[in-house]
Write a protein that binds this ligand. Structure first.
Ligand SMILES: Nc1nc2c(ncn2[C@@H]2O[C@H](COP(=O)(O)OP(=O)(O)OP(=O)(O)O)[C@@H](O)[C@H]2O)c(=O)[nH]1
Ligand SMILES: [Mg+2]
Length: 219
């Protein structure tokens, strides 16, 4: 039987106020939904354990997601930056009934990437149970996703549509990115090995040495 590996990653939910970030997390973690709107002040962290397959060799993995629910006030930039620290990926949420929340996606991604680098992001068009009230065009959504090299899902925290899928897909995306980084580091090491004489591995300046911390346990 293959050995089970455990690791832990931080992800964030970002998007304007009222798009449904807290509701998506509650649906995913507790499988509940509430119509009442209580805005999130500051941030709240929730943990959830997932069973996932390694992108490398299909071995079973247990991943604890630390899900950071971040308030939707992008004017409070300084505060937001302190919440992003250590994030390995993000779900960027828009409300399909409010077009301006789609337009904000660029700002959210930019502020995240400025702080933690180009971590994977996935767009969620939430409240898809209210599809008849949308003014968003599929083309616009596709172009925006393409611009940021990602994809999108229509979700509903109310019905549960695509909610589990969203968290699973982001988890897979961040594992794939880490795996890719590891393989490119390996190639860089081979490229630096001496062919004649005693094999010696030199660390090139370009090569990134894995950071051994709680946040970067290896898969
Ligand atoms: N119809 C419908 N309503 C939803 C959905 N998701 C959230 N809502 C409602 O939208 C409102 C805002 O949801 P929240 O989850 O609090 O939004 P938020 O993004 O966390 O908001 P802030 O914490 O202020 O940033 C609440 O009244 C929810 O019940 C959905 O998928 N469908
Ligand atoms: Mg909230």
């Amino acid at each position: 039987m293959p050995e089970m590996k455990y690791f832990r990653r931080k992800i964030c939910l970002l998007g304007d106020g009222g798009v449904g970030k807290t509701s998506l997390i509650r649906r995913f973690v507790e499988d509940v939904f509430n119509d009442k709107y209580v805005t999130t002040l500051g941030t709240k962290v929730t943990m959830k354990e997932l069973n996932i397959k390694s992108p490398q060799n299909e071995q079973p993995l247990k991943m604890t997601l630390m899900i950071w629910d971040i308030m939707g006030q992008k004017e409070l930039k300084r505060l937001l930056i302190s919440f992003y620290k250590g994030a390995k990926g993000a779900l960027i949420v828009a409300d399909i009934t409010r077009k301006e929340t789609l337009e904000s996606i660029n700002d959210w991604i930019q502020s995240l990437h400025n702080c933690v680098g180009k971590v994977p992001v996935l767009f969620l068009l939430n409240k898809s149970d209210l599809m008849d009230q949308t003014r968003m065009k599929q083309d616009e959504i596709m172009n925006l996703a393409k611009k940021h090299g990602t994809s999108f899902l229509f979700t509903s925290a109310k019905t549960g549509k695509n909610v589990d899928k969203a968290f699973m897909r982001l988890s897979e995306m961040l594992l794939q990115k880490e795996e890719k980084k590891r393989s490119s580091n390996k190639v860089s090491m081979i490229g630096e090995t001496h062919i004649s004489g005693t094999p010696e591995v030199k660390f090139s300046k370009k090569m990134k040495i894995p950071n051994i911390s709680k946040d970067s346990e290896s898969v």
